[in-house]
Write a protein that binds this ligand. Structure first.
Ligand SMILES: Nc1ncnc2c1ncn2[C@@H]1O[C@H](COP(=O)(O)OP(=O)(O)O)[C@@H](O)[C@H]1O
Ligand SMILES: [Mg+2]
Length: 223
């Protein structure tokens, strides 16, 4: 499903070059649960942004579903980002003046789903993360863990098959973090592909496979 072939990404700031990714190679099959672990600045977010078609490589090739991403049209990429991939971020990225249910519904409005279908999807997703009772709460009326569960419900409502999570438990205590990890386990058991970035070894250990990153390089960790 995901193949990185010798991918490099170079940022130039002033006269200096930063090799955020340096000939990184990676292979993730459909249905796998993979964690990417590494210190701050090792290139994890850059890798995820390329995986999610939010950014492009400078060198190398990224194949998504056997096809180089450079072959997809802009319309196809937009559809992939909104329907095929569910994004989850460390800081939740919820809209502050919208309720939990409005946040979950918003991407479905962009997808032009009919209202009845949207309500059904929002209801199911919020039930799944056990927040249906709090559907009218705004983000600032919810705990960090609850906000992240709303963010996961928002991703789930679009029914993607690939979930990309960049430090989803980074702002949470370990108990709350493990509830979040349980949700990813459940999504994995339902056949979805899960890629989680973390710098926490205990979070990384919950995946089937671990990829370690350092200085823009990626390699498999034997479990
Ligand atoms: N937009 C950017 N402009 C310049 N440098 C960047 C940018 N994004 C990331 N970098 C640099 O690339 C390297 C990898 O960053 P990142 O992928 O965010 O690492 P991680 O997520 O592992 O902390 C770091 O040295 C970072 O400073
Ligand atoms: Mg990062």
């Amino acid at each position: 499903m995901i193949i990185f072939k010798d991918i490099s990404k170079i940022y130039r700031i002033g006269g200096e070059e930063v090799h955020a990714l340096d000939h990184a190679n990676l292979h993730i099959s459909s249905g796998e649960f993979v964690s990417i672990i590494g210190p701050s600045g090792s290139g994890k977010s850059t890798m995820m942004n390329i995986m999610g078609c939010l950014d492009t490589a400078d060198k190398g090739q990224y194949l998504l579903d056997r096809q180089p991403v450079t072959d997809y049209t802009e319309n196809e990429l937009t559809r992939i980002r909104s329907q095929k991939i569910g994004f989850i971020f460390q800081s939740f990225n919820l809209i502050g003046n919208m309720s939990a249910e409005e946040n979950v519904e918003l991407p479905l409005i962009y997808q032009k789903l009919p209202a009845k279908k949207r309500k059904e999807r929002v209801h199911n997703a919020l039930e799944k993360v056990q927040l249906y009772e709090r559907r009218r709460h705004k983000p600032n009326q919810l705990s960090g863990g609850q906000q992240q569960r709303v963010a996961i419900a928002r991703a789930m409502a679009a029914e993607p098959s690939l979930y990309l999570a960049d430090e989803p438990t980074g702002n949470l205590d370990s108990g709350t973090g493990s509830q979040i990890m349980d949700l990813f386990q459940d999504l994995h058991e339902h056949g979805n592909t899960i890629v989680i970035i973390t710098h926490d070894e205990s979070v990384a250990a919950q995946a089937q496979r671990r990829i370690r990153m350092k200085d823009g390089h990626a390699w498999e960790v034997a479990i």
